[in-house]
Design a protein around this ligand. Structure first.
Ligand code: TA6
Length: 284
């Protein structure tokens, strides 16, 4: 898996050999650091200098082409969840993306542009901007001659201090599909708390979400555009034990707040149309 080094920028962007011998891009901006694997254009690390990492990574994650990395920000595309015997959550996170550009911006942030190997339906680009915040932008263009539909989701795993103490704010009053029981419901809590497995797809919401984490004495803000679905997931005990690439106790230290367009919010693109999903995460 070769990538030319000519995107390296001394002191800002370096291409190195990461876990499993996979190529990884290490980024240092004026105020933060990040890591992105070419496999899945997968952001595996982001943190502001002198702060705890914002993203959770499983210590049991695989790092092998054709297998998803567990943690960070998996790119879910072009379908969400199981799909006719095909890999769950689509092929984008299993593919090796091409690095197309790197640039240090005027404010000291670093921008990286990735492209998914072309197929006959979509042209899919991903812009990651590492600065005081982390911004990820998934752009999908319909390059075919007929309408096409897809689901997408930036399946972000957040590092937290203790699942029993956190709360998720911003979804009160929003309708959701409870994936555990296959039933629709409406959120009634101002602050969602966790006392067991939670796997909910909140629909038709463009709201910012905050994760309040008293044990790390911080809040994380998830701001998005071009997204109508927000997924909230913690596997809890039994599911953690069923996932070979996830430690039995790691559910205590993570929560997924995912931004995308899934189920009834799937995107339909006419020929030539482009859809852009943008997510910004920040500790506040
Ligand atoms: O986003 C929640 C979810 O759909 C859960 O049901 C769980 O399966 C999670 O994604 C992880 O999926 P993965 O295929 O990465 O194991």
């Amino acid at each position: 898996m070769e990538t030319s080094n000519h995107f390296e920028i001394p002191g800002s962007v370096s291409l190195q050999t990461g876990k499993g011998g996979l190529p990884v891009i290490r980024v240092e901006s004026a105020t933060s650091t990040a890591e992105i694997y070419l496999l899945g254009a997968h952001v595996t690390q982001f943190q502001r200098k002198n702060e705890a990492p914002l993203l959770f990574m499983s210590e049991s994650s695989e790092f092998e082409v054709g297998k998803p990395i567990r943690g960070g920000v998996p790119i879910i595309f072009p379908w969400f969840g199981p799909h006719d015997g095909m890999p769950a959550h689509g092929f984008a996170r299993l593919a090796v993306w091409e690095l197309r550009a790197s640039q240090v911006l005027a404010d000291g942030a670093v921008m990286l542009h990735f492209r998914l190997p072309p197929d006959d339906l979509f042209e899919t680009d991903y812009i990651v901007t590492v600065g005081d915040t982390l911004t990820m932008e998934l752009s999908v263009a319909n390059t075919g001659s007929s309408d096409c539909s897809f689901e997408s989701c930036l399946h972000t795993y957040f590092q937290i201090g203790d699942i029993h103490q956190i709360s998720v704010i911003g979804l009160n009053g929003t309708r959701y599909l409870d994936s555990l029981i296959g039933e629709q419901s409406t959120e009634t809590a101002d602050a969602i708390r966790f006392t067991g497995e939670v796997d909910r797809i909140y629909q038709n919401t463009s709201a910012d979400v905050e994760i309040h984490d008293p044990s790390l004495r911080r809040s994380i803000r998830v701001r998005k555009s071009g997204s109508k679905s927000t997924v909230v997931w913690n596997p809890w005990i039994a599911k953690s034990q069923r996932m070979p690439d996830f430690g039995d106790d790691e559910y205590l230290k993570m929560v997924c707040v995912e931004s995308g367009n899934v189920k009834e919010n799937a995107v339909v693109l006419h020929p030539g149309e482009i859809s852009i999903l943008k997510v910004e995460i920040a500790s506040v």
